[in-house]
Design a protein around this ligand. Structure first.
Ligand SMILES: [Zn+2]
Length: 333
């Protein structure tokens, strides 16, 4: 299996422009810091995230975790080819046992989380909510392309940790990821509560590959007495990491700070180039036809067992759309 990085090349043909002062929500902004050999993407999510999370009325900590998974998915999946698909899933033993985010290029997002309400407590962080298990990322580039799946163990850490682990072990590209999700409370007319999220992915892609050597994330895994391998990281990557390290959650989700302003704030001394933003939409791909086809794939007995009060009702787990069929339509004899 050929490992294809989800990070494909950014087109350099976009014109250079001044940073926009107007914040754009629901978009991924690709950027490049040439002087440091850094490439990256910045995601800002507002209405699309709110749409996905509000449909399910998730408890706050579950909404926050699913929001982080959604942001991570947009950072990883947004460079896919036109009909590509990027699916991020976790399967773990924590209170949130299953998360799925499905990104269909160029711009469609859907997601949901399964959780055990009885095991939820106030103040549980992402790592505790997930527990132990694994995170899987599947890239599907269309019918005649091979599927790629990357797996990362989850062991009580956050999704940011898992992303770092993935890039260190599988891609071997020096990468830093930041994810932030917050709730916004407003007065006045209109909705009082809204979800917002933001995130950044930054990669060090020097022309000379030997400059991309990385320090191991977990020297603690080595047996006692082992001589640790000291790796001096490249100065440009050290500088890049220290800059992204200064980004605060509030900056990533601030509705009044444009992504371009944030990038300028971080990298203005080195010069940052920003490319055309890629819009994102919350849109499910379910349909009555697809649900009907799924019903048809079930064994006749299973279909018969789905009849309740003289009808078969199927609810889409992603978007909560309800599809009703008569027993006849559902193929029940
Ligand atoms: Zn749906």
């Amino acid at each position: 299996m050929v490992s294809q990085s989800p990070d494909t090349k950014i087109s350099l043909k976009s014109p250079i422009r001044a940073p926009s002062a107007v914040p754009v929500d629901d978009a991924v902004l690709p950027f490049e810091v040439d002087a440091l050999d850094l490439r990256g993407r910045l995601t800002r999510l507002g209405p699309a995230l709110d749409d996905i999370l509000t449909k399910h009325d998730y408890p706050p900590q579950v909404g926050k975790l699913l929001g982080e998974a959604i942001v991570l998915t947009t950072l990883l999946g947004s460079t896919l080819k036109f009909d590509g698909r990027f699916i991020l899933q976790t399967q773990t033993d924590g209170p949130v046992s299953f998360l799925i985010v499905d990104f269909q290029a160029p711009d469609r997002l859907r997601a949901y989380a399964r959780f055990d309400k009885k095991r939820l407590r106030d103040g549980q962080d992402s790592g505790t909510l997930l527990g132990k298990g694994h995170l899987a990322m599947t890239i599907d580039q269309g019918a005649d392309m091979s599927r790629y799946q990357g797996l990362v163990a989850l062991d009580g850490g956050s999704l940011e940790d898992a992303a770092h682990e993935y890039f260190l072990r599988s891609e071997q590209i020096p990468t830093r990821v930041r994810l932030a999700v917050g709730e916004e409370w407003r007065g006045g007319d209109g909705p009082k509560h809204r979800w917002r999220a933001g995130g950044m992915l930054m990669q060090f892609l020097p022309k000379a590959p030997e400059r991309a050597r990385q320090a191991d994330l977990h020297p603690g895994d080595a047996p006692e007495g082992a001589v640790m391998h000291q790796v001096a990281e490249d100065d440009a990557w050290v500088e890049g990491q220290s800059l992204i390290g200064t980004v605060e959650d509030v900056e990533l989700i601030d509705p009044d700070l444009s992504g371009e302003r944030l990038l300028y704030r971080l990298f203005h001394e080195r010069g940052v180039r920003v490319f055309k933003p890629l819009p994102l939409h919350a849109q499910c791909s379910c349909s009555r036809e697809a649900v009907s086809a799924m019903l048809n794939s079930f064994a006749p007995q299973d279909r018969a067992e789905m009849v309740k009060d003289g009808k078969v009702v199927v609810t889409c787990e992603f978007c909560s759309s309800v599809y009703e069929f008569s027993p006849d339509e559902a193929g029940v004899e």
